[in-house]
Ligand binder design. Structure first.
Ligand code: ZEM
Length: 295
């Protein structure tokens, strides 16, 4: 089966079939490295690792069955240098030593497992996951333009996310990932974090969207919003579209009111995102959950 790989280390000439425990060990190694390398950005590689998993998966096109988390084609140019992927080399480089220690795991499984690990280690929901992704060569790369463009609004979000097979509710649920991390002027051109606690998974993104007053930031960079009170937080035009659009806004209100509701719907949408385009040989009820290291 796809999971039977010749062990590159250990068991000479044998077949190594990784078990759940082997994946938990990889999970633990990622978690430990996140904790150790705390001199990055706001103190964690978690956000940029989650963004890598999302950009690896979000290229999926349900019409043609191309793209998605299978393949890990972002290892190769030109996909690695698509504008949307600027800066994600930090996450790929972070994970490379873990791949070297565990050569039996595919990059595509590693990147999505790392996304799960990042969410859980930043105190988010437990996200069920299963292995089965296979790495492909550069010929499986996806064309530029499949990921969302932050300068646009609701109709663009719908075009992009409906193509992946998501609905309005899931678009809003996934967007709460912007509780995490920040924009970098040398990557996207935008600047700043969305929340005051960018290394902890909370529903603050929705609360701030509704409760703060947002003004256009006066600067020479791309058009973005800043909060009137502290001028330290930001929102992208696509973030603001979630409160402008009635159908989106009802979900923003639900998630702002109840963190548990968001955790559940965010978890389900992440499971779906990380499995886009993967030809699994296992069933949905054979997903695993990994124990967070802080549990
Ligand atoms: Zn993001 N995202 N994203 N996103 N994203 C950025 C950063 C992060 C959009 C977008 O243009 C941008 C989702 C959806 C969408 C994360 C996770 C997820 C940045 C800043 C931009 C411009 C990049 C930079 O400068 O480094 C748009 C338009 C989206 C459409 C809705 C979804 C879905 C995500 C996960 C489920 C994360 C974690 C970050 C922070 C990265 C970091 O390095 O701190």
């Amino acid at each position: 089966t796809a999971n039977e790989l010749t062990a590159a280390s250990g068991k000479k000439g044998g077949i190594f079939t990784p078990t759940k425990e082997d994946y938990q060990k990889v999970y633990n190694e990622i978690a430990k490295t996140i904790e150790e390398k705390d001199d990055y950005d706001d103190g964690s590689y978690g956000p940029v690792i989650l963004r890598l998993a999302w950009h690896a998966s979000g290229t999926y096109d349900k019409g043609t069955g191309t793209g998605g988390s299978n393949g890990a084609t972002m290892r190769f140019a030109p996909e690695s240098s698509h504008a949307a992927n600027a800066g994600l080399v930090a996450a790929r480089d972070f994970l490379e030593p873990i791949k070297q220690n565990n050569p039996w795991i595919s990059y595509s499984d590693l990147w999505t497992l790392a996304g799960v690990c990042a969410v859980q280690e930043m105190q988010g929901p437990v996200v069920p996951w299963r292995p089965g992704r296979q790495d492909h060569d550069v010929s499986a790369s996806t064309p530029d333009g499949r990921l969302p463009d932050a300068s646009k609004e609701q109709s663009h979000l719908r075009t992009i996310f409906y193509r992946m097979g998501f609905d309005d509710r899931e678009i809003v649920a996934l967007s709460g990932a912007h509780a995490l991390g920040r924009c970098h002027t040398d990557r996207s051109g935008y600047d700043g974090p969305w929340t005051f606690s960018p290394t902890v998974v909370t529903n603050d993104y929705y609360r701030l969207l509704l409760e703060e007053k947002w003004n256009w930031k006066k600067w020479n960079g791309p058009k973005q919003f800043e909060d009137k009170n502290t001028k330290t937080l930001m929102m992208l035009p696509t973030d603001m579209a979630l409160v402008k659009d009635k159908a989106f806004r009802q979900h923003v209100e639900r998630y702002a009111k109840d963190n548990d509701v968001w955790f559940n719907e965010f978890r389900d949408a992440l499971v779906k995102l990380f499995e886009l385009g993967v030809p699994f040989t296992t069933k949905e009820d054979e997903r695993w959950t990994f124990t967070p290291t802080h549990a």
